[in-house]
Design a protein around this ligand. Structure first.
Ligand code: ITT
Length: 192
């Protein structure tokens, strides 16, 4: 089975991606690969940050790998929090504070539409390939649900009535940005 390093420290992301791979590829997270670092995400686009994560690991190990960056983009707030999603309320990367700030910024706004956008950067034998997955939806007025992570308690995908945090992982995968991007990566790898 083909082995890849997934340049992340986020165990929720790794769990989601393993649920899509269904045994076709083996992935190792940074920690599992013995790489103890939090790769900086200094850029203004998801594309550049995803590339930075994958390229950092490729230069360290020489092993084919992928990284991803995800942002929650709201229409009313001109795409915010977007690439700043992890640190929206400050450097502590506090999920509850990020959600509180988002709900505060959207207070009184009628347009609560938003999308999750994931960009995956794969470096395979030294060459980079990018894949994108988008999930359109809207932001609730109050958080709902205990599952998932990050902004899941305030995001309802189009054609659903529950937030991502009220869904099991297989249900989230029916809509998920990350799953869509990952499916493209899998299709690409299968044809290599
Ligand atoms: P990496 O190690 O992969 O960089 P991270 O947690 O830093 O992991 P990101 O930079 O992609 O991940 O984080 C963007 C923010 O968006 C962060 O606050 C996440 O919690 C949130 N986020 C990412 N994917 C999400 C999802 O599927 N559902 C809810 N929130 C999500």
């Amino acid at each position: 089975m083909q082995k890849l390093i997934f340049a992340t420290n986020n165990t929720h992301k790794a769990e989601e991606i393993r649920s899509v791979l269904e045994g076709r590829f083996t992935i190792t997270t940074l920690k599992e690969a013995g790489i103890d670092m939090d790769i900086p995400e200094p850029f203004d686009t998801l594309e550049e940050n995803a590339r930075k994560k994958a390229a950092t690991v490729y230069h360290l190990t020489g092993i084919s790998c992928f990284g991803e960056d995800t942002g929650l983009e709201t229409n009313t707030l001109n795409g915010e929090p977007g690439v700043k999603s992890a640190r929206y309320a400050g450097e502590e990367r506090d999920f509850a504070a990020n959600i509180e700030k988002l709900l505060d910024q959207l207070k009184g706004k009628t347009d609560r539409t938003a999308r999750f956008r994931t960009v995956i950067s794969l470096i395979l034998n030294g060459a980079e390939h990018q894949f994108e997955g988008i999930c359109e939806g809207s932001i609730t007025v109050q958080p709902r649900g205990e599952k998932g992570f990050g902004y899941d308690p305030v995001f309802i995908p189009h054609n659903a009535s529950r937030t991502f945090a009220e869904m099991s992982l297989p249900e989230k995968n029916q809509y998920s940005h990350r799953k869509k991007a990952m499916e493209q990566l899998i299709q690409f790898l299968i044809t290599q």
